[in-house]
Design a protein around this ligand. Sequence first.
Ligand SMILES: Cc1ncc(COP(=O)(O)O)c(C=O)c1O
Length: 348
Amino acid sequence: MSRFRRASLGSGPGYVPGEQPPDAGSWIKLNTNESPLPPSPRVAAAVAGAVGSLRRYPDPAAEPLRSALAAHHGLTPAQVVVGNGADQVLEACFRAYAEPGDTVVMTRPTYSLLTQLARLGGVSVQAVPLGPGGSLPQALAAAPGVMRLLCNPNSPTGTWVSPEEVAGSLSGCGGVLVIDEAYCDFAPASCIPLLRDHDTWLVVRTFAKSYALAGLRVGYALGAAELIADLVSVLESYPVDRLALAGAAAALADQAHHRHIVESVVAERARLTMALRLAGWLVEDSHANFVLGRPPGGDAVGIAAELRQERILVRHFPGGDQDDRLRITVGTPEENDALLRAVGAPLA
Ligand SMILES: Cc1ncc(COP(=O)(O)O)c(C=O)c1O
């Protein structure tokens, strides 16, 4: 029996992804940070074009997408590994860099999957509370651990720290540092340039958010070739299928569409934030494609239930520091209007 099987039999909370309504079409789904806009029209054509080759296995190294990503980020192909979503890449990080009994360090709160991956791998978590406004606590660098994980922008807070703060705070920290930049295209700057001077650092990215391809499952990691080789060694032989490779490459090639998605989300995020604040919600500035807000009175569960009656899904994280808050994905202008109307906020 593998260590993963044994660990999964233990008790404790599992990873609960956002709810998927059976008839998603008629719901306003603002609970899992998907893109409000569709992917580039080039994606459908590329996926259709790849169908004719389905009897063949895909390229094991995810070419030509890997080389396209390397060129896009100014790196070599050996510095890139592509996986079945950022989640698979994060899972590979745990298998590559942590042994059962090891400790990994992460912030609290952070992406809820990370704790679950640690549990499945028999790895202990040292969770250090984020500082005011989402600033990096000193313990994130100082606590002993084989791996540190930082989501930047963070989920569910939406807070972001600049590459300068990341470098100042974490340069010289022990072990591998994994910077999850799933939402970074909605923020002012990326930590990718820091990889040049930090050969134990990795940046993880996804096509699920700013490329609108959550359903295709493509994520990747960037870092020093040796570190990337470690990840490749724990991944399966063909982590990404032919249709996903073709679709993601087409989306990457359409940077104008990508920018359109990012700009639309950022504009609507500002409107949503402002309107919720006007209605008395406590909303931190977000640098992601969602906002986290405390409704007046703090009855997040009650508001989520009322929204559900209106067939609007938002995300509540029970039990922890965020219990009185809701995470709301930035939707289309119409979806955001429906949400604002439902909570009695002004339509700016
Ligand atoms: C911080 C963070 N990282 C990674 C992911 C997952 O990315 P993917 O859909 O590519 O697995 C999510 C999904 O919501 C996320 O919030």
